[in-house]
Design a protein around this ligand. Structure first.
Ligand SMILES: [Zn+2]
Ligand SMILES: [Zn+2]
Length: 263
């Protein structure tokens, strides 16, 4: 069995401080690869350094919507940074009307620039959306995000939103939230999303899945996300692992090179 964590933040201090034990748990839980996602250009060199050091870790480049007052980038600048063999995606980008309030035109403009960058460099988008689904989907349509493709990460929205994203050719990624007892509506969405368009992630160090809720999360725990989805869909862990891992390599255009897997 091979599992992939499609979204984590290994450069954040909680994880960066002890990467060797993070890698050890990945190995133990058969999590063979991870995608370390960028949130600011200031921290991008750290993300890239981790991806360069570990053959089984990939990187993205982008500026997260929750970071106000950090360096913004033109589509051309993002495209230049994305031009690296280990950088497989643009993001995370999107809209967050929960964490940040006020006039958020800067967030929407930043999101548009990321979609333009993804189209320019031909790499998929990693999209974050929170309490902003309508505007997120509207801007995806307006900017032709379907030409780049990508994933709606840490999905917590309704089936209608999932359907809109699927119609644009996007994948849906589930995090530890799907394991939470009270996430009943999300569990229903996880039953309906076609397996060939599904990814799994931790978004670590946040959102540890049950039974580790509230503790520090890490890529090795993506196994518990896969287990819950298998349970919900009456499928085997192997089926969920094979599909989501295959989807990861396909979406991010990574050659399925087992020699680079951590084992
Ligand atoms: Zn996010
Ligand atoms: Zn994230």
């Amino acid at each position: 069995m091979m599992l992939v964590d499609s979204h984590c933040h290994l450069d954040f201090p909680d994880l960066a401080g002890d990467l060797e034990s993070v890698m050890a748990l990945m190995r133990e839980n058969q999590v063979t690869h991870a995608l370390c996602v960028s949130v600011t250009l200031e921290d991008f060199p750290k993300v890239l350094a981790i991806a360069e050091k570990y053959p089984h870790v990939f990187a993205s480049v982008g500026v997260h919507p929750d970071y106000e007052g950090v360096t913004d980038a033109t589509p051309e600048a993002l495209m230049r940074l994305a031009h690296h063999a280990k950088v497989v995606a643009v993001g995370e980008t999107g809209l967050d009307y929960y964490r940040i309030k006020g006039d958020l035109e800067w967030q929407r403009e930043r999101f548009r620039n990321h979609i333009r960058a993804a189209r320019l460099c031909g790499k998929p988008l990693i999209i974050h959306t929170r309490e902003a689904a309508q505007d997120t989907v509207r801007i995806m349509r307006e900017e032709g995000a379907d030409n780049a493709g990508g994933v709606m990460h840490c999905f917590t929205e309704t089936w209608e939103v999932a359907k809109s994203a699927l119609d644009l050719g996007f994948y849906i990624s589930f995090s530890g939230i799907v394991t939470f007892k009270n996430a009943l509506a999300l569990k229903e969405v996880a039953k309906k999303v076609p397996l060939e368009r599904m990814l799994i992630e931790t978004d670590s160090p946040y959102l540890a899945p049950a039974p580790f809720r509230g503790k520090m999360n890490q890529p090795g725990l993506v196994k518990y996300v896969a287990a819950e989805i298998a349970r919900l869909r009456n499928q085997s862990m192997d089926q969920i692992a094979e599909a989501t891992t295959g989807n990861f390599f396909k979406l991010f255009n990574v050659k399925k090179d087992i020699s680079h897997a951590i084992t």
